[in-house]
Design a protein around this ligand. Structure first.
Ligand SMILES: [Mg+2]
Length: 302
């Protein structure tokens, strides 16, 4: 997973300190420098380092003030910061921690301590990133889960609202899945869920198309910048691709193959805060598809 070197931004007004840190860390990390708070903010935003080493005592903007800027910027607020300092009294130590610093490194630098502290913090960061990733994935199918969907959905609705661009939302539901589980067993049911998840995923066209497992046998499909024509076509392709898996389902009243029903809507959001309403409308279309005999797509262009 980690093929690239992690990136560290080192901020210090004294070149000799930058040189020292560079010599210590250049082998294991990509190092970028800044010689002032202003430069640090600019580089942190454009380069997205994994960790920032920030000198407290600098002319113009101090380390603490630079830190405040980091914490107020969406792009930089989550990057861990270690303060660099010669001395530290209790009050200053407390202030720095309250600002959100994860640690302190003292000058003159103790090479071993510098390396160990940085290694430890970056390892912790890696573990956190892995956990965050896992928290957004469905454990069985390994596609995004409901929580992940909610985040993406709200983001995309807001974006579509701002850009006045069309967006399509669909719910895909496996037909007679209870009968499938009851007759073929939950192990086979799980196998089917995995097959369907991967079939939906492989049929997506664009990098921005998004699918998630949002319930037991329910999947969501989110298609930014997609109006109804393209969305309906994709929904039909997914429905047919799932049918073409030829998963035997002798207890379905619709077909001998396992099938899905899809309900969807296409719209240009008229408000930022109506994501729940739109979701309900999509659910209503799913209900229509089920009502009309399942194994079909029901769509509404709002
Ligand atoms: Mg200094």
């Amino acid at each position: 997973m980690i093929t690239q070197k992690q990136k560290i931004l080192v901020v210090d007004d004294e070149k000799s300190n930058l040189d020292l840190i560079y010599e210590l860390l250049k082998k294991d990390y990509t190092i970028i420098f800044a010689k002032s708070g202003t430069q640090a903010v600019e580089r942190a935003i454009t380069q997205s380092p994994d960790l920032i080493l920030l000198d407290i005592h600098m002319p113009e903007i101090t380390g603490f003030d630079t830190m405040k800027i980091f914490k107020n910027n969406e792009r930089t607020k989550d990057i861990p910061v270690i303060f660099l300092t010669e001395t530290l009294d209790n009050v200053t130590e407390e202030q720095g921690l309250l600002l959100g610093a994860v640690d302190y490194i003292f000058k003159p630098f103790n090479a071993a301590v510098v390396k160990i502290k940085i290694h430890n913090h970056l390892q912790l960061l890696n573990k956190m990133k892995i956990l965050e990733k896992i928290a957004l994935l469905d454990g069985l199918t390994e596609i995004p889960n409901r929580r992940s969907f909610s985040e993406r959905y709200n983001l995309e609705i807001n974006r579509a609202f701002r850009n006045k661009s069309p967006i399509s939302l669909a719910i895909i539901d496996i037909d007679s899945f209870k009968q499938y589980n009851d007759n073929y067993g939950h192990f086979m049911g799980d196998v089917v869920l995995k097959m369907i998840a991967s079939t939906i995923k492989t049929n997506l066209k664009r990098a921005t198309d998004f699918t998630a497992r949002i319930g037991g046998e329910e999947f969501a499909l989110l298609l930014p910048d997609t109006a109804s024509d393209g969305a309906i076509q994709l929904a039909q392709e997914i429905r047919l691709a799932i049918y073409a898996l030829h998963i035997e389902h002798s207890y379905s009243k619709v077909s001998n193959n396992l099938t899905v029903s899809i309900g969807g809507i296409s719209f240009i959001p008229t408000s930022k805060n109506q994501s729940d309403e739109y979701f309900k409308l999509s659910d209503l279309q799913l209900y229509e598809a089920k009502n009309k005999g399942k194994n079909q797509v029901s769509w509404k262009n709002l």
